[in-house]
Every structure is written in structure tokens, then in C-alpha cells.
Design a binder for this molecule. Sequence first.
Ligand code: ADP
Ligand code: ADP
Length: 239
Amino acid sequence: EPILQVKDLKKYFNTPKGLLHAVDGVTFNIDKGETLGVVGESGCGKSTLGRVILHLLESTDGQIIYEGEDITKINKDKFRELRNEMQIIFQDPFSSLNPRMTVSEIIREPIIIHKTIKDKKEIEKKVSSLMDTVGLAERLANTYPHELDGGRRQRIGIARALALNPSFIVCDEPVSALDVSIQAQVLNLMQDLQKELNLTYMFITHDLSVVKHISNDILVMYLGQLVEKSDAKDLFKNP
Ligand code: ADP
Ligand code: ADP
């Protein structure tokens, strides 16, 4: 059963050199509980595709259907509602966050903004439980992300993405900035969370060894288009 259906989706950017077809007619489904890998070289449109699906960018054309509902065009209220369903984990979650925010403040912020929990004690309970879920020690609550290593920083990004209890997460190069030794730990955490919380992942990466580890099905993008859809086993089988 698909959680997400994307039909002939397009995103064009106006640039000084003319119209850039960053996403150029992409069609695919993602089933509930699946991890769909999206691979392709830098600049092929992976990140734009993920952002258009999440409404962080407006689409140019095509359709996005989530849980059977057409969400291609939505208003502000619907957008807020969707944030409880669809989230993103960034490669560097802290480029857009205030560096003066502590770990607990960062994880708490979406709950405050979206008012999903009102009682102060309940909010603190939720923040502690999120930290526990992603394997961050309680004593780190009042530290700042720049004091922590990359693996712990990404655990904060994951906890923040989970704060509103989403079902669908776009993972945009979540381990690409990490040391190889840490990558496996974070990937294992993400796989455990997927099972535990019944999450669906759209997993964007330029790194085939990462996608091989985590995905069932794989889309290969090239210049804004899907050039191949395949099973991870087929893509990596020896000729
Ligand atoms: P990927 O994630 O695969 O590296 P992106 O989705 O980031 O690719 O980019 C796809 C193409 O769209 C690239 O050519 C990129 O330069 C261009 N692009 C991305 N964002 C913008 C933007 N805001 N304005 C203009 N061009 C953009
Ligand atoms: P930019 O597009 O300038 O690189 P970001 O990609 O960091 O900025 O953030 C884009 C938008 O996503 C911002 O408005 C930010 O508030 C929002 N955002 C940040 N974290 C999350 C998250 N975990 N889930 C969904 N949206 C988020």
C-alpha cells in the first residue's frame, strides 16, 4: 500500500541562464514502512525532489498524493498539519538553527511551534524520551551542538525530526558528513527507529555503499529524471 504517490512531478528554477529543469517529470510510489533509496550524482535533483514533496519548495507541475490525499496544493493550515506527518533529516541540521540553542531547546522547538503538547511537564517528558530514543545521554540536554561530535549532532537532528511523531521522513544525505565509523552507528539507529516507529523513509544519498545498506528499492536520478528503478539486490549483483 503506497503512503506516497508522486506523478510526473516537476520543479523548474528560474536562473540567469534560463529555466533549469531540476526535477523533470518524476513518477514513483513509496510503500508504507519501506525505505526508498534515491541516488545520483551531485546536482541531479535529489534534494529538490525531497523538498518539493515536503512543501519546502513549491512544485512547478505534477501531483503529490499522501495517504490517498492530493497534497500538491495546500494552504498554511494544511502545511502545519502535514508537518506532523512528514519530516526531514538534513545532512547538516544546524546550518539553519540558532547556534545558541541547547540540545533540549532544539528538540523542544517543533513541539512549541506546533503546540502538539501544551503541558510543560509533558513537554519535558517528551524531550527526555526523544533523547533516550536516539541514544543521547540526559546529561547532554544543556550542551550546545558545536560541543558534540558529528554523530551526536545528527542524533539531535533525528530527535528533532521525530518530535511531532511523523510517519514519513525524507533523509537528505543524513550520514554524508560523518566519519565512516560513525555512519554505520547512525544508519543502524535509523533502521531500528524505522521498525520501532513504523516509519517510511525516502533516503537521498550520493553514496552507493550507504544505500545498499539501508534500501529495499532504489531510484537512480540523472539530470532531473529517473533513469532506473531497481531492487537493491539487482543493482548490486555482480555481472
Ligand atoms: P542534488 O541534491 O542531487 O545534489 P539539487 O536538487 O540540490 O541536486 O539540485 C538540482 C539542480 O537544481 C542543480 O543544478 C542545482 O544547482 C539547481 N538548484 C537547486 N536549488 C536551486 C535554486 N534555489 N535556484 C536555482 N537552482 C537551484
Ligand atoms: P535552506 O533551504 O535555506 O537550506 P533548510 O533546508 O535548513 O534551509 O530548512 C528549510 C526549512 O525547513 C526551514 O524553513 C526550516 O524551518 C524547516 N525545517 C527545519 N528542520 C525541519 C525538520 N526537521 N522537518 C521539517 N522542516 C524543517
